[in-house]
Design a protein around this ligand. Structure first.
Ligand code: G
Ligand code: G
Ligand code: MN
Ligand code: NA
Length: 254
């Protein structure tokens, strides 16, 4: 109830914030990209996380507005980081509902143009479309984004039931392996490597770049790396943080 009262106008009041988690080349631990994650710094409620915030935003029809704020803020940050010798790409999470909006493609084009950002710097991550989502529309939109040069990612791969079926249909460049496939807790015998192996094999077969998520320990990192996964993300590599934290991490790689 408090959320519903406080959320409208949060963007205009300057209460929204992005944190960034590096996506790392597992061979060198060098960051190659970052994922932008939304935070609402509410004076009344403290920091509200997306899982709490997004369902309320959807109920209040504020998803579009939040999504546009996120795209704009992410493109602004890409533009700042584009001055660096080694350029990072930026992943932005979007819900399949946002993606299906007819104006979505033109918003992306406007955000890129406004901040003078090359489309190749932007990756859009979508979760598996669930019930009620117009999958053909999602496919059309993803294809249109790729035609602009924006890359696309299927997020949380392996966590749902229709993942393989979706994979056959959705035009994506990256497959992000859900952390439940990586962490021991998600596996019968504590081994994640065979699962990552299978996904890496799928990636090779279909020309997809694989990102292993939720690498929380050196052991996870090693399992993903030895399964042939090139890229990874997780607390064991670098936690999400403000832009300055990513910059400090980059300083370690002259
Ligand atoms: O940052 P955190 O781990 O709490 O994110 C939780 C979930 O919220 C993840 O599934 C992530 O994809 C999603 N998420 C984070 N930021 C955004 C955003 O800006 N837009 C959308 N639609 N989802 C986001
Ligand atoms: O659904 P999506 O993959 O976008 O979710 C990203 C979320 O995962 C972010 O909220 C981020 O904080 C969280 N996250 C990132 N790395 C790790 C990790 O190593 N372990 C766990 N448990 N969560 C992580
Ligand atoms: Mn994500
Ligand atoms: Na994910």
């Amino acid at each position: 109830l408090d959320l519903e009262r406080e959320l409208p106008g949060a963007a205009q009041r300057g209460e929204l914030d992005l944190v960034y988690q590096p996506v790392v080349d597992l061979a060198t631990t060098q960051p190659v990209g970052t994922e932008a994650l939304l935070r609402w710094r509410s004076p009344a409620l403290g920091t509200v996380l997306p899982n709490e915030l997004l369902p309320v935003a959807e109920d209040l029809s504020l998803l579009e507005e939040l999504g546009r704020w996120v795209l704009d803020a992410a493109c602004r940050q890409i533009s700042v980081w584009s001055q660096r010798p080694r350029e990072l790409w930026m992943s932005v999470n979007i819900s399949p509902k946002e993606l299906a909006a007819p104006d979505f493609i033109s918003w992306v084009g406007m955000a890129l143009a406004e901040h003078n950002v090359a489309a190749e710097r932007l990756v859009l991550e979508i979760g598996e479309p669930r019930g009620g989502v117009d999958v053909p529309a999602v496919i059309t939109q993803l294809a249109a984004l790729r035609a602009m040069g924006v890359r696309t990612a299927l997020d949380d791969f392996g966590s749902g039931q229709a993942s393989l079926a979706q994979l056959r249909r959705l035009p994506v460049d990256f497959l992000k392996v859900d952390r439940t496939l990586v962490t021991e807790g998600g596996s019968r015998n504590g081994e994640s490597k065979p699962f990552i192996d299978v996904v890496v094999g799928l990636g090779k077969r279909f020309g997809l770049e694989i990102i292993a998520e939720g690498l929380e320990s050196p052991d996870h990192v090693e399992q993903a790396r030895s399964a042939g996964c090139r890229l990874g993300q997780g607390y064991g590599l670098s936690r999400p943080g403000p832009a300055e934290r990513v910059e400090a991490y980059l300083e370690e790689f002259p």
